[in-house]
Design a protein around this ligand. Structure first.
Ligand code: ZN
Length: 299
């Protein structure tokens, strides 16, 4: 173990976490407003410590595009057994050559969100074909995209606070065609049929469009969904009895998709939800670990 580096190996026995977890949805590095003064190295160490404490033995880092993906590669080199590097790319700006370069650098998959056209637009097919040929998985955001303000669970004090909190993100999307409408899970049906060997993960079970997501997962061999999205997505999946009735546990993957301080909440809440639905341990292990391990060839 290098000096100062947190040991990323699993703790032999933990009573308050699943036996093993593969978290496929960890944005990295932290958002600028959440990172305070932590250096990239400190962020990697804190994340590794968090993982170790929760039996997260593998975590996909979704590397941010604007920093050239370098911090993600550095974190992966520091914890090669723990982190699986994925690169967030722009379908409209990064083409097949960029994907090839990312593979050469060591990336194992891509994260895609907010395209200008629908996910199944043929303009994107060369990028998908390259990912399929190189064995890169693609994690697609699916469904409505969260904004700066949660008007359901955390409504702002007043209109002025709402406007101030929304300003930055609204400026980024103003005048663009990008939105949840371009990212519907039905488009993964097209992509799954056009590229049958491409491993496809839709994030958040299609947030807001669950029935379509479940139907696509049912019939397309290489289309999976992650169950990230926090309390609201969890409640929708649980209250609608989606698991078993609409979608098989073999098609679902655990993802936290949150600030590291909330990772334990996500793990615990899903443990409790699975227990409440009397899910057999083997199926829990599929969702928490094995499906992702198979998908990324980590078994
Ligand atoms: Zn995310």
């Amino acid at each position: 173990m290098a000096a100062g580096k947190t040991d990323a190996t699993a703790i032999p026995y933990l009573k308050d976490a699943p036996p093993r977890v593969f978290d496929i949805h960890v944005h990295y590095p932290w958002r600028p407003d959440a990172s305070s003064n932590f250096s990239p190295q400190q962020q990697a160490d804190i994340l590794a410590h968090t993982c170790r404490r929760l039996n997260i033995v593998k975590a996909c880092l979704l590397g941010r595009r604007n920093d050239g993906w370098q911090p993600t590669l550095e974190a992966w080199r520091r914890y090669p057994d723990l982190f699986v590097p994925l690169a967030q790319v722009s379908l409209d700006e990064d083409g097949p050559e960029a994907v090839e370069r990312l593979r050469e650098q060591g990336f194992r998959g891509l994260k895609i969100t907010m395209p200008q056209r629908n996910y199944d637009d043929p303009a994107y097919f060369p990028t998908y074909a390259t990912a399929e040929r190189l064995g890169l998985a693609i994690l697609f955001h699916t469904g409505i995209r969260g904004g700066a303000v949660d008007f359901l669970l955390f409504p702002p004090r007043d209109a002025r606070q709402a406007e101030a909190a929304s300003e930055r993100l609204e400026q980024m999307s103003a005048g663009s065609t990008a939105s949840g409408a371009r990212m519907q899970p039905i488009y993964l049906d097209t992509v799954g049929m056009a590229f049958p060997r491409l491993r496809i993960i839709g994030a958040h079970m299609g947030y807001g469009l669950y029935d379509t997501a479940a139907a696509v997962a049912r019939w397309r061999r290489n289309v999976f969904f992650d169950i990230s999205g926090g309390a609201v997505v969890r409640r929708h999946i649980v209250e609608r009895s989606m698991i078993y009735r609409e979608v098989h546990p073999g098609k679902l993957l655990f993802g936290s998709d949150c600030d590291f301080v909330h990772t334990s909440r996500e793990v615990t809440a899903w443990m409790e939800a699975f227990a409440a639905m009397d899910m057999p341990r083997d199926d829990q292990d599929r969702i928490f670990y094995r499906n992702a391990a198979e998908l990324f060839g980590e078994q």
